[in-house]
Design a protein around this ligand. Structure first.
Ligand SMILES: Cc1ncc(COP(=O)(O)O)c(C=O)c1O
Length: 394
């Protein structure tokens, strides 16, 4: 509201904010001071963070920063226009060529964010007269893409292949069918049964879109994700990833056939109607892809340490759900319990975000731990020992 407005038609917002506060659902913005990493400064707090998606520790890597600095020196910062209106530079083309090579696909296309890649791609692939089948725990960007598409949306219970099969069996009358799923679910850290989903897609003539946002750079022999790890890449029609998590940059991408990419250039609205990401961000992501190729020990060590830490937490009696990735939830149920434990950890020098509805369903509030390659053994031990002491307080 302008400081000079006399009527407040947004008074209801204050009432709703009060309701969020009373229900333990209010979220507060904190300000990071200094680089992203396990050693973190937030406002006047300093401690160890388990709250980033910087899985390979590249967000503050010197090599990415140098690539950005060099690109900015050469080309400046802003890209000034959408990709189709000369906003797309040679740095974007190189990144897309490297992404296609990395993903072993015909082509790739870079979007301003992973959110834009997901929402824009789904809406470009499905429309009125089509049906989209979505896992209940899919990321918000997939859900929003489903809503934007105007297709009929069928949400199936989390990872419930049998129920999805029943829904598909009744969907023969639709013009086209599209199955969309995360490969690593962003809050529970568990994996989608991609081989079974690919079976169903083939049986029912459905397209399969897999969002590897939390898996790119982390899973698979070359770091391409869960589809690579499970050997089903050739059965996934549309692969979406993000440059902003393990790759330490910003932006999203789609990898697949040449015609898919050409279709998205023409029809994905967040691609067509939004300014291209700065060329310097593309340069940073290109360097990150080299690091993923040249330093496989980062993902190997990350997964080994995450598995070990998860095992230790489960041994202490924490409910870590079905996690099988560097994302490990501590499931507590009620939002107040999650907030209390997060505050106790914060007071002891550990930042772990409390995740509450609407990010997770009612009754599934949790603490979301995410491990990165950059965490030291001492930091992991410190967390595990502190959680052991807090076990009986929540
Ligand atoms: C599963 C999943 N997909 C997509 C995204 C969006 O990616 P980006 O942050 O690059 O917009 C996220 C980010 O939180 C995510 O968790």
């Amino acid at each position: 509201m302008s400081k000079h407005t006399t009527h407040n038609r947004l008074a209801w917002v204050d009432r709703e904010l009060g309701r969020l506060q009373r229900g333990g659902l209010h979220r507060q913005l904190r300000t990071r001071l200094g680089p992203q990493g396990p050693g973190l400064r937030l406002d006047d707090w300093q401690g160890t963070s388990f709250g980033s998606n910087d899985y390979l520790g590249l967000a503050a890597d010197r090599r990415l920063a140098e690539a950005v600095a060099e690109a900015v020196r050469k080309e400046g910062w802003g890209s000034g226009a959408s990709p189709l209106l000369a906003g797309s530079a040679d740095a974007h083309r190189w990144l897309e060529a490297r992404l296609a090579e990395f993903e072993d696909t015909e082509a790739a296309l870079v979007f301003g964010s992973g959110f834009a890649a997901n929402s824009g791609t789904i809406a470009a692939l499905a429309g009125s007269g089509d049906a989209v089948f979505a896992d209940r725990k899919n990321h918000a960007s997939l859900l929003d893409g489903c809503r934007l598409s105007r297709a009929d949306v069928r949400v199936y219970p989390h990872n419930n292949v049998a129920q999805l099969g029943r829904l598909l069996a009744r969907a023969g009358r639709y013009r086209r069918r599209l199955i969309v799923t995360d490969s690593v679910f962003s809050m529970d850290g568990d994996l989608a049964p991609l081989a079974e989903l690919a079976d169903l897609a083939e049986r029912h003539d459905a397209m399969l879109l897999v969002d590897e946002a939390h898996a790119t750079g982390v899973f698979g022999r070359h770091g391409r994700g869960v589809a690579e790890m499970l050997g089903v890449e050739s059965r996934v029609d549309v692969r979406v990833g993000t440059l902003s998590k393990a790759l330490g940059s910003i932006g999203g991408f789609v990898a697949g056939s040449r015609s898919l990419v050409e279709w998205l250039i023409n029809r994905a609205r967040p691609y067509v109607f939004s300014t291209a990401m700065p060329a310097a961000a593309a340069a940073a992501a290109t360097v990150a892809l080299d690091i993923v190729r040249d330093e496989p020990q980062r993902r190997e060590q990350l997964l080994a340490r995450a598995n070990e830490t998860r095992r230790r937490l489960a041994e202490q009696g924490w409910n870590v759900g079905p996690s099988a990735s560097p994302i490990v939830p501590i499931v507590l149920g009620e939002p107040e319990r999650a907030v209390r434990l997060a505050e106790q950890l914060f007071d002891r020098g550990f930042y772990v975000p409390a995740i509450r509805p609407p990010t997770v369903p009612e009754g599934e509030s949790c603490l979301r731990l995410s491990f990165t390659w950059a965490h030291t053994a001492e930091q992991l031990d410190g967390l595990v020992e502190t959680l052991a002491k807090l076990r009986d307080t929540v």
